[in-house]
Design a protein around this ligand. Structure first.
Ligand SMILES: [Zn+2]
Length: 161
């Protein structure tokens, strides 16, 4: 996220004043009322364009900026976590199945996988779904010993009547 340099500010400020007037574009305070206006970037993009900028008073700028930061905080770690955890979970599932004659209890895979990869069981189920899809490497959960649902590596399923 780029902060404008002084030179860039000096270049864009007059353009924005010319376009919108020297007033906060959110609360409409004038420069006299607010004391100071800052350039708020709506999207942080290079090359810079004044289409992505507007003048705001300090308090409106603070409000908008902290909102944007919160969104990033919510979004970005979750994204990072998936990048990191999903392959780990897949590896765990594959190993379990190979160690156990190509099949394993679905519930156990979810619970142990969640524990091992430090994710929620909901996330584990979400990671599991594509693996058991039409094109995935695993079967849908099906009945095996003791009526417990097992998933199989495709091509190794037992034959059920
Ligand atoms: Zn304002």
């Amino acid at each position: 996220m780029g902060n404008l340099s002084k030179k860039e500010r000096d270049r864009f400020y007059p353009l924005l004043v010319h376009r919108d007037g020297e007033i906060c574009q959110l609360c409409r305070k004038t420069i006299e009322e607010s004391g100071m206006l800052v350039i708020h970037e709506i999207k942080y993009e290079r090359p810079l364009s004044n289409d992505n900028m507007k003048l705001l008073c300090l308090s409106c700028n603070r409000k908008l900026t902290s909102k944007a930061l919160n969104i990033q905080r919510d979004g970005s770690p979750e994204y990072k976590k998936n990048i990191e955890k999903e392959p780990l979970f897949r590896k765990f599932v594959t190993e379990k199945l190979l160690e156990n004659n190509f099949h394993y209890s679905y519930d156990e895979l979810i619970d142990s996988g969640a524990y091992r990869c430090d994710i929620s069981t909901e996330t584990a189920k979400r990671y599991m779904r594509p693996l058991m899809s039409e094109d995935g490497p695993l079967s849908k959960p099906m009945g095996a010993q003791n009526g417990e649902l097992h998933v199989w590596i495709k091509g190794h399923e037992p034959y059920y009547d």
